[in-house]
Design a protein around this ligand. Structure first.
Ligand SMILES: [Zn+2]
Ligand SMILES: [Zn+2]
Length: 214
């Protein structure tokens, strides 16, 4: 499996290119900033990316979707409960001028809990993890978990941004949907370094204890 992480923008958001090393078919996860460079990298690697799958629709993850859709001729997949967050993109762009004018991309397919997205011989399974936003999802591809802004190395996502629910719901999603995965599974967050289920289970204060939830 090809996994390329391209952090971009002042939020250092991790955009991921995932592809089958043989068929070259792949998906693009969370194109935010520097999307021109991401598309160049896809061309350089000679990959066939026809699907853009977002973990959620915050501007640092979705500002580049419209450009990537056009450049790659790709379809855009998002959880239905995330649509209001996507619609808020132009408003967010006014607060964060670094993204320029952001057009709301058309959602081509809604993805929900348990849906399977083919990537050549691999399959990306959709896990709905509400908390950071209503329609936040994680993607499980073999033993690799792409956790968006739900789970970070040593921390969890904020719940006070557009679409956020409660810390209690976020931690519940993580405990019931992610911490049940085998400990050896790799975690690729939307920001910051990679980690594993085991490390987070043992040391993340939101999961292992230490942080009081209100
Ligand atoms: Zn976010
Ligand atoms: Zn983010």
């Amino acid at each position: 499996m090809i996994i390329k992480c391209l952090p971009g923008g002042s939020f250092l958001t991790n955009c991921y290119i995932i592809a089958d090393e043989e068929t070259k078919e792949g998906i693009l996860i969370d194109p935010g900033s520097q999307v021109e460079e991401v598309v160049e990298e896809i061309d350089r690697l000679n990959l066939d990316i026809k699907r853009i799958v977002n973990t959620h629709a915050h501007i640092d993850h979705a500002a580049g979707v419209e450009y990537a859709k056009k450049a790659l001729g790709a379809e855009f997949y998002l959880h239905p409960e995330e649509e209001p967050v996507l619609q808020a993109l132009p408003e967010s762009a006014m607060r964060f001028p670094e993204f320029g004018r952001v057009k709301v991309p058309k959602i081509d397919r809604f993805i929900e809990e348990g849906d399977e997205i083919p990537i050549g011989k691999y399959i990306a399974k959709v896990i709905h993890t509400p908390g950071h936003t209503w329609g936040s999802i994680c993607l499980l591809i073999d033993n690799h978990l792409f956790s968006g802004d739900t789970l970070f190395a040593g921390s969890v996502g904020r719940v006070d941004l557009t679409g956020g629910t409660t810390m209690r719901q976020l931690v519940h999603s993580i405990k019931t949907k992610l911490m049940v995965l085998p400990p050896s599974y790799q975690v690729y967050p939307g920001h910051g370094p990679f980690t594993t289920i085991d490390i987070e289970k043992r040391t993340n204060p939101f999961i292992a204890g230490g942080v009081l939830l209100f």
